[in-house]
Structure formats: C-alpha cells, structure tokens
Design a binder for this molecule. Structure first.
Ligand code: TXA
Ligand code: MG
Length: 318
C-alpha cells in the first residue's frame, strides 16, 4: 500500500522551487497558513481554479478567497477604500478576509467568484506561504484544504487524509497557530461579518469607528458559501449539553467534566484561544474513533467563543 503521507514535503529551498514550479504550471499544492491548511492554485488561471472546485467537490456557487502578499499587488483586482486601509494596517497580514468590489479589468478568473461583483481577499501571516507568494507574479486562490462541507485541516496529515496522493505536494508547516478560519468581513455594503473568527466584531468596529453587523448565518444565507451544514465530522452532534449519555463522545471545556469517560477537553484552563486551536483536531480525532454521536458542553459565547460556536452550530446542523 502506498504511504498516504508520501506527498508531505519539508519546507526548504529545493521544495520551495518545486512548489513555485507546480503553481506556475497551474497545478495545486496544499499550503500552511496561520488559520488552517489551504489548497492553493493560480487565481488568474481558469484551469487551476477548475481543479480546486473539482478536487474539493465544491459547489460552483461558493466563491474562493484570493490570497495576496500585500495590498500593492491587489489594486489591479479590487477597489480599495479608507476602511480597508485602516483594517489592513491594524490586522494584516493576519486572519482577516475582506469582501471588496471587483474591478472590471481584474484578471481574477470569473469562475473563482461565481461571476459576482465582489472578491474575497486575504493576506496570510505564515512565513512559508508568504515566501511562496513573494516568488509568484499572480495571487493564489486558497480555500481550506478539505472536501467541501467537511472539517478544515490543521496539520499536513489532515490534508493527506482528505486528498491522499491526488495532490502532488503538501508543504509541511506543522500545526496551524490559530486553528479556525479567518474572519470574513463585507466592506461593500453595510459593514457586516459574514464568518466570525478570532478577530472579533468589537476589534473591527473600534478600528474603523463604525457599526459592524453580524450575519445570522443559520437563518439567512448572505455569503454564498455560508451553507448551513459545514465543518462537519459526519456524526450527529448535540450542543449545550450538561452531561454525557451512553458512550457518546463528549466535548468539554474547562475543569468541570474532566476525567470522565469519552471526554475530549478543548481547553482545561478555559482558554478560548486554545479551544479554537483544538476544535478541528478534536472533531477529526472523534471521527476516527468512530463514535456514533457527539455531545458538546456550552462554550462561552463571547469573543473567540462566538467563532467556535458558529463552527459548532454549522457542524451540528442537519
Ligand atoms: O482562514 C481562511 O480564510 C482559510 C485559509 C486557507 O486562508 N480559507 C478559507 O477558505 O477558509 P474557504 O474557501 O474555505 O472559505 C471562504 C469563505 C466561504 O464561506 C465563501 O463563501 C466566502 O469566504 N466568500 C468567498 N468569496 C466571497 C464573496 N465574494 N462574497 C461573500 N463571501 C465570499
Ligand atoms: Mg472551508
């Protein structure tokens, strides 16, 4: 049997050159970012973008995030305004994705954003992906490196489990620092968070001195990609539980339920940042252990907890 991990490559000069070569030839590679691992392809190439949709089995209506090294490379593709620059200065590179108006002469392939008038853009803050972007003269479309609807990968082995040897290369960047996807903010209409993340509403609102709305993602779908069921381990989940039942997996937070059977603690010291980092790792582990059902305790709903609960609600959606 072929080793499923044989396409994981250490990041060194030779493999950097290999990665660049693949991307220039419109092949896909998996890359680490500070949030989750992504599946990267040339955003100016229809051929590469088609490969992303096909490999992920992603619905065509769900647009991709385009990743740039910095704002200088961006001005040909989207319209930039004052609010963008304020947020950029404060949070970028970092886990923040902007929805901006697409320019008419933008070279971003139309199938990347389902012919919308907007594009999602992000400036990742990870040394390795930054070095790759620096060597390219095109931006990269990078969705999370998982099959559509599933759990985002937070280390190279997760990516390998998703795609096996269908990928030529997975760059090893260790475990992602943040562990959940970037905050997505729409700057084209009323300012609105479409996907919560570790950069929260109050930080954004303070930076641009404006009111910031939050999409009720499970009620009304504002972002084309905000499909109700998402981030899913493929096992029924029940949230806000006080005790575990039978032999279900029990995802806990803090000291209260520790040392009981079948428990998986997101953070013993009740740290929401640590819980975010452990969330997908835990869901993937439970899935592998073949539990039939997952119960989850209530996770505090402020700051990063709001983003964790967003992912849990989607994962538990029927
Ligand atoms: O942290 C991240 O953002 C990761 C890493 C790899 O950078 N990427 C990521 O990409 O999470 P993806 O494709 O899994 O999620 C992109 C989200 C989807 O919910 C999509 O619908 C939304 O961004 N999106 C993309 N373009 C959009 C647009 N023009 N308008 C509204 N939402 C958009
Ligand atoms: Mg995703």
């Amino acid at each position: 049997m072929k080793n499923i991990y044989s396409n994981i490559f250490k990041f060194n000069t030779i493999n950097l050159a290999k990665a660049i070569n693949y991307l220039k030839k419109n092949h896909l590679i998996a890359v680490p970012t500070e949030t989750v691992y992504g599946l990267a392809g040339n955003a100016y190439s229809k051929e590469a973008i088609k490969k992303i949709y096909s490999l992920k089995n992603r619905p065509k209506f769900n647009p991709l995030i385009i990743h740039y090294l910095n704002y200088k490379d961006l001005s040909n593709d989207v319209v930039l305004d004052k609010k963008f620059f304020k947020l950029y200065k404060k949070f970028c590179p970092g886990p923040l994705t902007f929805i901006l108006k697409k320019k008419k002469n933008s070279r971003i392939a139309n199938i990347t954003n389902n012919n919308l008038h907007t594009i999602a853009v992000r400036f990742p803050n990870d040394k390795k992906i930054k070095m790759i972007l620096k060597k390219l003269n095109f931006p990269l479309a990078i969705p999370s490196a998982n099959k559509s609807g599933g759990i985002s990968p937070v280390n190279p082995k997760d990516v390998s489990e998703e795609f096996g040897n269908k990928l030529k290369m997975i760059i090893d960047g260790g475990t992602c620092k943040i562990g959940i996807e970037s905050t997505v903010i729409d700057l084209t209409k009323k300012i609105r968070i479409l996907r919560p993340g570790i950069i929260d509403k109050s930080q954004i609102s303070k930076t641009i001195s404006s009111k910031v709305l939050i999409s009720k993602t499970l009620k009304k779908i504002n972002s084309p990609g905000l499909i109700k069921k998402h981030y899913s381990p493929g096992i029924p989940m029940k949230l806000n539980q006080k005790i575990n039942h039978y032999n279900h997996a029990f995802i806990i937070f803090g000291k209260k339920h520790n040392n009981k059977k079948n428990t998986f603690n997101l953070s013993y010291k009740s740290c929401l940042k640590e819980a975010a980092k452990n969330l997908y790792k835990t869901l993937r582990k439970i899935k592998k252990m073949k539990y039939k059902k997952i119960y989850v305790v209530r996770i505090p709903n402020q700051k990063i907890g709001f983003a964790i609960n967003d992912r849990l609600k989607h994962a538990a959606a029927k």
